[in-house]
Ligand binder design. Structure first.
Ligand SMILES: NC(=O)c1ccc[n+]([C@@H]2O[C@H](COP(=O)([O-])OP(=O)(O)OC[C@H]3O[C@@H](n4cnc5c(N)ncnc54)[C@H](OP(=O)(O)O)[C@@H]3O)[C@@H](O)[C@H]2O)c1
Length: 369
């Protein structure tokens, strides 16, 4: 395949449209890969032209970062790859400052990640999860200090409310801090809620969306069936837990899986490839993070951008997966707009007129698309 690259958000950092996730590096969580498999997956990904590696301090209790650092060092790849890592989650039970988004934890966490990865800098450093507590001013000031100190190149946010991300970006702009270049969020045919707030925010304000969970934790590979136990994989291992990520078996999702299967057969591609292709080519998406536990899976997934989904088939996927439109978005349709415009049809602005319009070739949207 030919890997293509975008600059991430409004930054000058070039990332491949397919990233590689490391949450499955290690067997500590009961559904990961052993070291030889993890190494082989990194090799396959690099050979396919990928340059964007995603990790976090907590993944497999530190094993993911440690192995990733080793694999990169073995191949002398440090300056050729983009490493993203994250802080927030507590690895030191009983220590209230061993997690969270306060300055004390961020400063501790970055040192620990750099040590495990065996590197002097992170290309991207992300807040992992909103702690509902720490003022955004403290987070953005601390991240900016890390950029100025040379330990971090660019910064981002994952799993936060949109209003929080928006406030963070405004504070960065007005105070001259390093702005947010990426938002890392769950997005797939079975989870499209970020389309209401985050996609427009990311496109307008320079944050490319980096997607996690593009296969719905494996659901969209088609290996799970309604009312059937089995379907070897993470969702089966985690069946019965109440972690929100693993709640994927629902009537709605089975309908989406059934339509995806028909579309995949019509195109002659695996369901996983079609699901990944759909996600990667949606507006505002900068890069899709691939997750895998087996070498065959990553090889399959690396073929996800080698074809285009025909419009008619894409429309079927769009329709079956379209999320409900809650208020206030339900209030922005044509009925209300004609009242706004005094009955005149104003339509879209011409291509290139505004940075917020998705246009092929628009420098802003090439970055965020
Ligand atoms: N920021 C965050 O909060 C956050 C959260 C989650 C993940 N992430 C990042 O995003 C990455 C990807 O997330 P994810 O693992 O949830 O993505 P995903 O694509 O939704 O799920 C990946 C899992 O699906 C199964 N799978 C993948 N390809 C397959 C194929 N071709 N055929 C059959 N099964 C296949 C594998 O699990 P089984 O073999 O077990 O079925 C694989 O581990 C992670 O590694 C991590 O770097 C970030």
């Amino acid at each position: 395949m030919t890997m293509t690259y975008y600059t991430l958000g409004n930054s000058g950092l070039r990332v491949s449209r397919l990233a590689l996730g490391t949450m499955t590096f290690g067997t500590e969580w009961g559904w990961g890969a052993d070291k030889a498999t993890a190494r082989a997956m990194v090799d396959a990904y690099i050979e396919a032209g990928g340059n964007f590696l995603d990790t976090a301090d907590l993944y497999t209790s530190g094993t993911a970062e440690t192995w990733l650092g080793e694999f990169i060092a073995e191949r002398s790849l440090r300056d050729r790859v983009v490493i993203a890592s994250k802080f927030t989650l507590n690895m030191d039970p009983g220590n209230p400052n061993g997690g969270g988004n306060g300055r004390k934890n961020i400063m501790r966490a970055v040192e620990a990640s750099l040590k495990r990865l065996g590197t002097g800098y992170l290309d991207l450093y992300l807040l992992h999860v909103w702690d509902q507590l720490t003022p955004v001013e403290e987070v953005m000031r601390t991240l900016d200090d890390l950029v100025r100190s040379g330990k971090v190149r660019h910064v981002g946010l994952s799993d936060v409310p949109a209003w929080y991300a928006s406030r963070a970006q405004v504070i960065a702009e007005f105070r001259g801090y390093e702005p947010i270049s990426t938002l890392q969020l769950e997005y797939s045919l079975v989870e499209r809620n970020i389309e209401h707030e985050f996609i427009p925010f990311g496109i307008r304000h320079g944050a490319g969306v980096t997607v996690w969970g593009p296969l719905g934790n494996g659901l969209l590979s088609g290996k799970y069936r309604p009312n059937a136990e089995g379907g070897e994989g993470r969702l089966e291992v985690m069946r019965g837990t109440n972690h929100p990520t693993f709640q994927k078996f629902s009537e709605r999702n089975w309908t989406i899986v059934a339509e995806l299967e028909k579309v995949a057969v019509a195109i002659g591609r695996s369901m996983a490839q079609v699901a990944l292709n759909w996600t990667a080519t949606q507006p505002g998406i900068a890069s899709v993070i691939l997750g895998a536990t087996k070498l065959e899976q990553i090889k399959d997934n690396l073929g996800a951008l080698d074809f285009a989904i025909p419009d008619e088939l894409r429309a079927r996927l769009d329709a079956v997966s379209r999320p409900a439109v809650p208020f206030p978005y339900s209030y922005f349709g044509p009925e209300i707009q004609t009242r706004v415009t005094g009955g005149l049809a104003t339509g879209d602005k011409p291509a290139g007129y505004t940075r917020s319009v998705l246009v092929e070739g628009d420098p802003v949207n090439v970055a965020g698309k």
